[in-house]
Design a protein around this ligand. Structure first.
Ligand code: HEM
Ligand code: HEM
Length: 197
């Protein structure tokens, strides 16, 4: 395996990457499932407000992740990484962050140009601060759908790129973003002298 395995993201960056990734994939599935609930029914209002509320919380987590990323430099890629791969990684990571921001923001803006606003976890009603404007709602709702589609495409490319590194280049790229195993002390035999553990 190449030198990639020696440079890793920090535990905080790794935790934020996987937490946000799992929540986002769940939220996309949630958004798509909303389409199956007939419009104008109480169930639709209930689940749409749940989607809005979880989406706002995920949005805050994304801001935290982006803030962390801006304050911390990622581990360097090996000097042998071709220039086009560095560029491709940089551009795709920027686009991933852009979609991650655009999704909750467009959803939040759309909700505020509709009479419904947001009922946070169906408990606290936040009245919309914008007018009930069908045209603006359509713009932000369209942006929301577009960002979700683009994110899904980028994530598919992201996973294919990781698979190429792991299966073809065999350079262990995934390990840069994989939680490190804890010290092996817990798995060592109990009768081993303490100084050897
Ligand atoms: C945080 C990440 C979010 C993701 C990944 C996400 C994803 C999605 C997806 C995939 C859909 C279905 C789109 C389609 O029909 O093609 C959807 C619908 C919707 N989302 Fe989000 N969403 C997020 C956050 C939010 C937020 C924060 C709000 C509002 C505060 C929101 C409001 C809505 C609404 C109202 C719909 C239904 C649109 C309609 O049926 O016309 N979303 N979302
Ligand atoms: C919604 C899903 C995902 C999103 C939004 C996402 C987003 C990102 C972003 C923005 C980065 C750049 C990190 C930085 O430098 O700040 C990154 C890195 C990385 N991701 Fe993901 N990711 C997702 C899913 C996955 C999955 C499923 C895998 C595993 C196949 C994966 C493996 C990696 C690896 C290995 C890196 C480090 C790449 C490098 O060292 O240059 N990600 N991801």
């Amino acid at each position: 395996m190449g030198a990639l395995t020696h440079a890793r993201y920090t535990s905080t960056a790794i935790a934020l990457h996987w937490l946000v990734a799992l929540l986002l994939l769940g939220q996309i599935a949630f958004g798509l499932a909303l389409e199956d609930i007939p419009r104008g029914t109480p169930a639709r209002g209930y689940y749409v407000n749940l989607h809005k509320s979880s989406g706002i919380l995920i949005g805050l987590l994304i801001l935290l992740r982006l803030g962390w990323r801006l304050a911390h430099t990622p581990p360097p890629l090996p000097a042998t990484t071709p220039r086009w791969q560095r560029r491709a990684a940089r551009v795709s990571h920027i686009l991933l962050y852009a979609c991650m921001l655009a999704l909750p923001l467009s959803g939040y803006l759309a909700s505020n140009f509709s009479k419904h606003g947001v009922k946070f976890f169906n408990v606290v009603r936040w009245a919309p601060w914008g007018p009930d404007d069908k045209a603006l709602y359509a713009v932000f709702n369209g942006a929301h759908r577009f960002a979700a589609l683009l994110l899904a495409l980028l994530v598919a490319m992201h996973v294919l790129a990781v698979a190429k590194h792991m299966l073809i280049d065999r350079d262990g790229l995934l390990l840069r973003m994989w939680p490190q195993r804890r010290a092996r002390a817990g798995r060592l035999p109990a009768n081993l002298p303490l100084e050897n553990r």
